[in-house]
Design a protein around this ligand. Structure first.
Ligand code: 6R9
Length: 657
């Protein structure tokens, strides 16, 4: 594939590029006015933005029909449009040679460029291939690919023909992939021969083979080429994407999609054992992801935006791909690791590609901070303006390091809080508003149209400032998830039943004396390891697959680099006499194969019992305290069925940690 080198010959950086979006510019004072309007007159606000910012094939007739009480959301009904038309054709018609994506490959110092015209051609050829293979509007296509230009084109191609993509992070195990394929009844799986990360190859096609051998729904597996490795191909099921695409035309008319047609689904963990396929709709997601991209990151035409998240997560969807492209921007797709070949990788890339905004995870920052300032200072970072982060709370120390050392106190740090379910950034500083000097560790203020509230455990609103509570949202916004695929009941129960009339986030938050928000972490049984959400129940059910395990309880504990670490308490069945260290090794392996490496516990403690109430409920509060070494503050344990269990666990914990 030949990619242009627009950046290299300086064409892209010229100032002749004009914004695609005709919209009054937002001075600081406008932010407040916009926010006020967005809450007081949402129909007018969102209707105007949807008309101005998106290209419609048929105008919508009704801006919103939503009820938080009923978990019912419909936006821009009556309208027809297409994601890939908005991301590609609209720009190609004005400026075909504009740079769309830069693929920062795993190999240090190597990148590939693709213009909007080239990306459109590639997308159309993939779209025509999918059509030739029998993929139709509404079909779910599972994508198990690492970050690459082809992966981006595959996602866009799905949206072009109205297929619903379900990207599964290419670090998930065969079992996790299988469960996601089966849950969505996907007939088509698209993968890559091998992945390359940190200089090592990862046998992706092999993982797909193991997953789909148990998936009768899968009719075809399309394999893109990354390393050219000789991978096994099953006759009548597996096809090389390159070969299929050879005869396909670079023209494919975008399918007119209803505003509410499903756009994509993305699995995420909750407090139950089964991951949830969060479903997003076309128009609302498109509008909101583009808007947040522009205002949170202070995006301007000509910027080089680098979101280093994988496309397997919502951040990669909204800010490596769709958000930047909807704005006609240039986005860097990052295939590698922050410490490969050394902890200077991000900053060397910033210098080489002239990156203007970087968007990363706190866990990477903490890792880089430990490696020392010299890896940062070695490289020219003068192009950087906005420093973003997402995924977990950003601790003070890491925030200050980001601001002072990376950003030379010149750049705005934007700590952005949001979720797979919200589709877009909900609470974040906006660099062009009065939030341009954010506080360390604070996502700060709600985005346009978002009305956060803090509720107590009885659902009563906690008013005033300098207060903490359960973070909920009082009003609907365009990119809120529409359902959990195949389980609307669960959707309602998870997000709308606990606090009727509100969207329940599962996070706790603090509102300081100035009304600014700080996220205090999950209040449900979800652990956030390196910014990845994992339900404790999911890990427990993986551990329970070992026939020697009678019961397990998993909790999170504070981890210096990962944010949270995973601590598993395991009870073995009577009569098991195997060596404990061997069992622990097997259990780690089991979790890796059931879920993925990132979910493997850092600690496993084999115990004869768990602290349970008389009604048999595990007191996780106590396990959390022990895991965090806060053993002086265990609180009242007299209500336990057998308080002596705690002493046994403590003794063992002290001797193993
Ligand atoms: C975008 C994304 C969502 C959960 C969320 C919260 C945590 C995300 C955060 C943050 C503190 C931030 N989270 N951003 N916590 N500060 N800036 O990460 O989506 O993978 O669905 O995770 O991540 O706990 O509820 P997702």
């Amino acid at each position: 594939m030949a990619f242009c080198s627009a950046l290299l010959n300086g064409r892209f950086c010229s100032s002749r590029l004009s914004p695609l979006i005709s919209e009054r510019s937002l001075a600081t004072s406008h932010h407040a006015a916009w926010y006020k309007e967005s809450l007081e007159h949402p129909e007018e606000f969102w209707g105007r933005l949807a008309r101005e910012r998106l290209r419609w094939m048929k105008p919508f007739t009704n801006v919103m029909d939503c009820s938080l009480k009923d978990g019912h959301f419909r936006w821009f009904e009556g309208g027809k449009l297409n994601m890939s038309d908005n991301c590609l054709d609209r720009i190609v018609e004005k400026d075909p040679d504009r740079l769309a994506l830069i693929w920062e490959k795993d190999e240090p110092g190597q990148q590939e460029y693709i213009t909007y015209q080239e990306l459109k051609n590639l997308t159309c050829r993939v779209a025509n291939t999918l059509k030739s293979q029998g993929v139709k509007k509404g079909d779910v296509v599972a994508i198990y690919m690492p970050v690459s230009l082809e992966a981006a084109a595959v996602m866009l191609a799905c949206t072009r023909i109205g297929a619903v993509h379900s990207v599964v992070f290419a670090g998930f195990s065969p079992t996790a992939l299988k469960n996601r394929i089966l849950d969505a009844s996907a007939e088509t799986v698209i993968t890559t021969d091998e992945g390359v990360r940190g200089g090592k190859t990862i046998p992706l096609k092999q993982t797909v083979d193991a997953a789909v051998s148990d998936c009768p729904c899968v009719k075809r597996v399309l394999v893109a080429t990354r390393t050219g490795a000789d991978v096994a191909m099953k006759d009548g099921r597996d096809y090389k994407l390159d070969e299929l695409m050879k005869g396909e035309s670079p023209e494919c008319p975008p399918e007119p999609m209803d505003s509410e047609d499903p756009l994509f689904m993305l699995y995420t963990s909750g407090s139950t054992g089964k991951p949830k396929g969060i479903l997003h709709a076309h128009a609302g997601y498109m509008l909101y992801s583009g808007l947040t991209q522009q205002y949170v990151f202070d995006y301007k035409v000509g910027d080089i935006f680098a979101c280093v998240a994988d496309i397997g997560w919502i951040t990669g969807h909204s800010h490596a791909l769709y958000g930047p492209l909807i704005n006609g921007g240039t986005s860097v797709l990052f295939e590698s690791l922050p410490i490969y070949p050394d902890p200077g990788r991000y900053w060397e890339m910033v210098q080489r590609l002239k990156v203007t905004q970087i968007y990363l995870a706190p866990t990477s920052l903490r890792l880089l901070l430990k490696a020392g300032d010299s890896y940062v200072k070695k490289y020219d970072r003068s192009t950087l303006r906005t420093l973003g982060c997402v995924g977990e709370p950003l601790n003070d120390e890491a925030w200050r390091w980001y601001h002072k050392v990376v950003g030379e106190e010149r750049c705005t740090v934007v700590d952005t809080w949001w979720q797979t379910e919200t589709g877009g950034i909900m609470i974040a500083p906006r660099p062009s508003s009065s939030d341009s000097t954010p506080k360390a560790g604070y996502p700060m203020s709600p985005f346009f149209g978002i009305d956060p509230v803090l509720l107590d455990n009885n659902g009563k609103e906690i008013t005033g400032n300098d207060v903490s509570g359960n973070l909920c949202i009082r009003n609907p916004w365009p990119s809120i998830a529409r359902t959990i695929y195949g389980d609307h009941e669960k959707f309602l129960n998870t997000y709308f039943t606990n606090y009727p009339g509100y969207y329940f986030t599962g996070d706790g938050a603090y509102r300081d004396k100035d009304g600014h928000y700080k996220i205090t972490g999950r209040i449900d049984d979800v652990i956030n390891v390196k910014g990845h959400r994992i339900g404790t129940a999911e890990i427990e059910s993986a551990l329970d697959h070992d026939s020697r395990v009678a019961e397990s309880a998993v909790v999170g504990y504070p981890h210096e680099i990962f944010g949270e670490g995973i601590y598993a308490y395991v009870i073995l069945k009577d009569g098991v006499t195997d060596n404990e260290d061997d069992i622990k090794k097997d259990l780690v392996q089991l979790v890796k194969s059931q879920i993925g490496s990132f979910a493997a516990p850092q600690f496993i403690l084999i115990t004869p019992g768990l602290p349970k109430t008389r009604s048999g409920k595990i007191m996780r509060r106590i396990l959390r305290k022990i895991s965090a070494n806060e053993t002086e503050e265990l609180g009242d344990i007299t209500t336990l069925a057998d308080p002596s269990v705690v002493e046994t666990i403590l003794t063992k914990h002290d001797s193993t940690t």
